[in-house]
Design a protein around this ligand. Structure first.
Ligand code: MN
Length: 256
């Protein structure tokens, strides 16, 4: 068996604990290249950098290994990582392990998931993996670490269809505490109280985007439901956002 070449990136930045943990989880399976943003870029979505130079800097991770940091976005990291650092020879992209969930509609904001989407655009099997800790919880990466390794093994033998990726969310616990693995569909995630208005020392208003999760019923086959049940959630995602169900009806609208 030839060794796999795996790109590891994230949106929490080159210094994030989850990045190094993911790298170490995948290392036994092949050659792992780490290319990550030089600063945290959570919530940057699928942004790319077009109007300023991108730089790649070599850095050493906490285990002493070589990695690359960029001034670009998570998506830029995948482009530079696969084409420049890996010379176009990349077998898999793993993005994470993100500190915080990427469930439901959150995937559209997520730099973690967008990096995996970029991998899917390049038609490389790609995975986004996140640990579902809340803001006030310490992340426990054990379950995510073990599942990342297992999933990379599975993906070696099972092909993803073109331009699809897997969005994985893992409960904030050890592998022994996980209640199972669920294949899920993308759920919804509604927030309430999204904007908090405050006043700065000069009397001018400013705003924080915030919000807590709406306590809604969720479909039992959704990613949100799986995490609530203490399970690992694996959601297949594709890049085609077309609302299939509306195509036929839209053709009957007086648009001509
Ligand atoms: Mn993040």
């Amino acid at each position: 068996m030839t060794t796999m070449r795996i790109l590891v990136t994230n949106d929490d930045g080159i210094l994030a604990e989850g990045l190094l943990i993911l790298k170490r989880a995948l290392e036994p399976l092949g050659e792992v290249f780490v290319v990550a943003p030089e600063r945290p870029r959570s919530g940057s979505g699928h942004a790319i950098t077009l109007h300023k130079p991108l730089r790649l800097h070599t850095v050493h991770l906490n285990d002493g290994s070589l990695a690359y940091s960029t001034n670009g976005t998570p998506s830029d990291c995948v482009t530079l990582g696969t084409t420049v650092v890996m010379n176009g020879r990349c077998d898999m992209v793993f993005s994470g392990i993100n500190e915080g969930a990427n469930l439901g509609w959150d995937v559209t904001y997520s730099g973690t998931v967008s990096a995996a989407m970029e991998g899917a655009i390049f038609n490389i099997p790609s995975v986004a993996i996140s640990v579902c800790c809340s803001e006030d919880e310490e992340p426990e990466y054990d379950a995510a670490l073990h599942f990342a390794h297992k999933l990379a093994e599975v993906l070696r033998d099972h092909k993803l269809p073109p331009h699809t990726l897997l969005n994985v969310n893992v409960p904030n616990c050890t592998m022994a505490q996980v209640k199972g693995v669920a294949v899920t569909r993308q759920g919804t995630r509604q927030y309430v109280d999204r904007v908090e208005a405050r006043v700065d020392p000069w009397g001018r208003k400013y705003y924080w985007l915030t919000g807590s999760l709406a306590n809604e019923d969720v479909p039992p086959d959704s990613d949100v439901a799986a995490i609530r049940a203490g399970k690992i959630s694996v959601t297949p995602i594709h890049l085609d956002l077309t609302a299939e169900a509306l195509l036929d009806e839209l053709m009957r609208w007086p648009l001509q």
